[in-house]
Ligand binder design. Structure first.
Ligand code: ZN
Length: 268
């Protein structure tokens, strides 16, 4: 009878197995790290979303609670476990009555209660509301929520873009852009506040709503909204300035430089 020999791995087999495992790890590790950071972001977003839903639910129920209390999970009353970001991001609340309510994670951005108004008048109200809000913060709050202890038009506008518009400016209706003689280029709706006069209460005179082809925080405008006539203004072929910097401008000062721009005739 043949004796059955219990057989282990030979050295060669072991080397092959180890080599395969190493190869697998090399493939998996970088992909997994990428995946975990995405997963953490999704988790954080969902957490903020849930707190917002809870906040809205209590409002509808007629027993409003503050978002701060919900986030602290005061007396373990609202959630099984206290809402937090798994990447260690810190949550702060921006609540401007009648304008915007959001929870911001220091690592993953913010969640809004609803949509931000992207009409020119809505953008102007938002800008003014944010200016007054920032000015109402104490030094520590300013640092925590706003990320800086100074206020200038770039930092204000960057804050609005990142916290309220999720890092991307609203796009103008292509029909409007074309009616303004700007062809088929994508145009973004942006705002600017007079850098030399950032104080409360924010003034309409110092808030400029404009449009440009750049989705950034530069100040060059190729269309400007006229709140006196409730229409967009755009340069014509014979206009002296085809575009203009809105940086540090007040509306009256700006208006004299674009007096030969024409109202854009367009209705949606
Ligand atoms: Zn987070």
């Amino acid at each position: 009878m043949r004796k059955q020999k219990k057989r282990g791995f030979t050295l060669i087999e072991l080397i092959v197995v180890v080599a395969i495992l190493v190869a697998l790890l090399l493939i998996l590790v970088p992909r997994l790290t990428g995946f975990t950071s995405t997963a953490a972001e999704v988790q954080c977003q969902q957490t903020r979303q849930k707190v917002m839903e809870m906040y809205n639910a209590y409002q509808i129920k007629g027993e409003p609670v503050s978002i701060e209390d919900l986030l602290k999970n005061k007396d373990d009353e609202y959630f099984i476990s206290t809402p937090k970001c798994s990447s260690g991001g810190e949550y702060s609340v921006i609540d401007i009555k009648g304008l915007v309510t959001l929870i911001k994670c220091s690592k993953h951005g913010s969640t809004l209660t609803g949509n931000v108004d992207t009409t020119p008048i809505g953008v102007r109200n938002t800008t003014m509301g944010i200016i007054d809000y920032i000015n109402s913060l104490s030094g520590d709050e300013k640092k925590k929520i706003y990320g800086a202890n100074y206020t200038n038009n770039t930092s204000v506008v960057e804050f609005i873009k990142n916290s309220l518009y999720n890092g991307k400016w609203p796009e103008l209706d292509p029909g409007l852009v074309s009616a303004a003689g700007q062809g088929k280029s994508k145009m973004y709706l942006k705002m600017c506040y007079n850098n030399n006069d950032i104080k409360s209460p924010a003034s309409k005179e110092n808030t400029i709503v404009f449009a440009s082809t750049k989705d950034d925080t530069s100040w060059n405008a190729t269309m400007i909204y006229d709140f006196n006539r409730n229409c967009w203004l755009a340069p014509t072929k014979s206009s002296k300035n085809k575009n203009i910097s809105v940086n540090n401008q007040s509306w009256n000062k700006l208006y004299t430089s674009i007096s030969d721009w024409q109202p854009v005739e367009y209705s949606e």
